[in-house]
Design a protein around this ligand. Structure first.
Ligand SMILES: Cc1cc2nc3c(=O)[nH]c(=O)nc-3n(C[C@H](O)[C@H](O)[C@H](O)COP(=O)(O)O)c2cc1C
Length: 375
């Protein structure tokens, strides 16, 4: 099997097909299928919200490469007068720097340093992008979902529901009548921001947001809360997970905060912490989407073992080109090729390893990704 896969790796490194997951299943017996908030997906790998999902062209490349889903850049909520309570998050910053961020034990890692925050265009422009995404989804090419950041009140203050109503109303008009999938980015981003310093305020946001969003969504909606790494300890991360019980899904956990450099960062410290916390809280019936340093299939499997049925990558798509084995194709295609086919740490290699260790068993001849996802 490894020899066959190695030949396949060579071939697909030259030309990556958009239906690679279906081909893998038909010819090699790897069933990578899973789902996101009830929507069936051919495989678990998606793009996290950020600078790589703010243009129609980026979504086209993702669809061509057979990415499973993409979460659009986070739009900052506004009311009908255009007032944005989280307006400080809608700043414009274009330069990103991909930097090495190795683990204390020497593992080579990467982070993307960037000082911008949310979507800096208009809500109307954002809605146009949603419509591009809806068309790709209807054509069965790529699941695209919006991400919003709505008013997060300090302790003791009311939620500004006018902002929820106006923003979600516009998103609904662009989405259509079908059940809407929406992620809410909780990160107050600058961890130094006073809003994130009260544990009670954070727990209240998490417990009240799902119902608030559903109420203003103008029809059926599934909410995923994207939880941040707060500035508190692991026990608080676990408290946040438990407080999110009313959300259909959680995306866990957004980046760490470097107080000295005043920037968010990722790498091994991020995934080590995320995986540790996820393993400490059973997920019950809730769906988890893992984010943070998913740069290999091995990491995707580690998140699956921590209960994540999908993963959302950002840094993976921004590595220096020399980090990908494929020498042709879009960045999305090269990154997927790397994550799936790497002979040491690729998803297929690790699934075979799990089978050999007796931790994954074939069902009707197939090795299934979903059987790796811990309850
Ligand atoms: C440049 C950049 C911009 C980002 N913008 C957003 C955003 O607007 N909303 C959001 O929820 N997360 C945002 N993120 C976080 C990513 O979606 C992702 O969850 C995080 O970077 C961890 O994944 P990674 O280790 O693969 O990069 C951003 C990350 C980067 C690097």
């Amino acid at each position: 099997m490894r020899l066959t896969l190695s030949a396949e790796r060579e071939r697909l490194g030259r030309e990556w097909p958009h239906d690679w997951a279906a081909q893998l299943r038909a010819t090699h017996g790897f069933d990578l299928s899973t789902s996101l908030m009830g929507v069936p997906l051919p495989h678990p790998i998606g793009k996290a919200s950020g600078q790589l999902s703010l243009k129609a062209e980026q979504l086209q490349h993702d669809a061509d490469a057979g990415l499973a889903f993409a979460v659009l850049k986070t739009v900052i909520g506004e009311d009908s007068a255009g007032e944005r309570s989280m307006g400080a998050w809608a700043i414009h910053e274009t330069r990103m720097a991909v930097e090495r961020r190795d683990a204390a034990d020497g593992r080579c890692g990467w982070t993307v340093t960037w000082k911008g925050r949310g979507w800096d265009g208009t809500l109307a422009e954002y809605c146009e992008l949603i419509q591009v995404g809806r068309q790709l989804t209807r054509d069965d090419r790529l699941l695209v979902l919006p991400s919003v950041k709505l008013h997060l009140p300090p302790a003791g203050e009311a939620f500004r529901e006018a902002e929820y109503a106006h923003t979600l109303g516009a998103v609904r008009a662009a989405w259509g009548a079908e059940p809407m999938l929406v992620e809410h980015d909780l990160s107050p981003t600058l961890a130094g921001d006073a809003r994130g310093q009260s544990r009670d305020a954070v727990i209240r946001w998490i417990s009240e947001l799902p119902a608030l969003i559903r109420r203003h969504a103008g029809g059926p909606a599934h909410v995923s809360l994207k939880l941040m790494n707060a500035t508190f300890d692991d026990a608080f991360q676990a408290d946040m997970l438990r407080a999110a019980a009313d959300a259909r899904a959680v995306t866990v956990f957004n980046r760490l905060w470097d107080d000295e450099r005043q920037v968010a960062y990722g790498g091994w410290e991020l995934s080590d912490r995320n995986l540790r916390v996820l393993a400490s809280v059973s997920r019950g019936g809730q769906e988890r989407s893992g984010t943070g340093n998913v740069v290999s299939g091995r990491q995707a499997v580690a998140y699956a073992r921590a209960g994540c049925s999908t993963v959302q990558c950002h840094t993976l798509f921004q590595l220096p080109l020399g980090e990908y084995a494929a020498e042709a194709g879009s960045r999305t295609a090269r990154a997927l090729h790397q994550l799936v086919f790497d002979p040491a740490d690729g998803l297929l290699a690790v699934m075979l390893e799990e089978e050999e260790a007796g931790r994954l068993h074939r069902v009707r001849g197939e090795l299934r990704f979903r059987d790796l996802v811990a309850a």
